[in-house]
Design a protein around this ligand. Structure first.
Ligand code: S3P
Length: 172
């Protein structure tokens, strides 16, 4: 069965939603950021600080190439995965891509407490950083997605994804 790939902005809940889908569907879960951190033995923030964003993006591309060969996985991606067309082309080879779409204000609220771990938004005004990122990325998320889910409430989002019927053979 094809992978389910979650894309969307930082703070959209890709990891938490992916982990819940994985439990409910008894399918394995991976998160591209977690793979990178494990391999490098460093946090994402440290990788950006030590080697810069372009180095991180190369690691991200390598991971995407590898995991695109997997089957039956729930995959949570980093928010910048859509910046390289190639990433999406790889992920689509064996994946259904779901965009978790949030309003800017919701993202700002959620990220207020988690911004330190996220180098692209850790300094400066959070609202304007998120607005700029959204402005540059929204069309990329939308054009990459097979499905777009309006992501307001955690349980509702999980249920909506389950209802997409990508999983009818997987039971509960
Ligand atoms: C990034 C999002 C982060 C992480 C890195 C860059 C981005 O992942 O990959 O900080 O460019 O939006 P999350 O979306 O899981 O926070």
């Amino acid at each position: 069965m094809k992978n389910i790939v979650l894309i969307g902005m930082m703070g959209s809940g890709k990891t938490a939603i992916g982990a819940t889908l994985s439990e409910k569907l008894h399918r394995p879960f991976i998160d591209t950021d977690q793979i990178i951190e494990k391999r490098e033995k460093k946090t994402i923030a440290n990788i950006f600080e030590l080697y810069g964003e372009s180095y991180f993006r190369k690691l991200e591309e390598e991971v995407v190439k590898e995991i695109s060969k997997y089957d039956n996985y729930i995959i949570a991606t980093g928010g910048g995965i859509i910046l390289h067309d190639e990433n999406i082309n790889y992920l689509k080879q064996n994946g259904d891509i779901i965009y978790l779409k949030n309003d800017i204000d919701e993202l700002v609220n959620r990220l207020q407490v988690q911004k330190e771990q996220r180098p692209l938004i850790s300094n400066g005004d959070l609202h304007s950083k998120i607005s700029t990122l959204m402005k540059n990325r929204e069309s990329l998320y939308e054009k990459s997605a097979d499905w777009i889910i309006k992501n307001k409430d955690f349980n509702q989002t999980v249920n909506e994804i389950l209802k997409l019927n990508l999983y009818e053979k997987q039971g509960d």
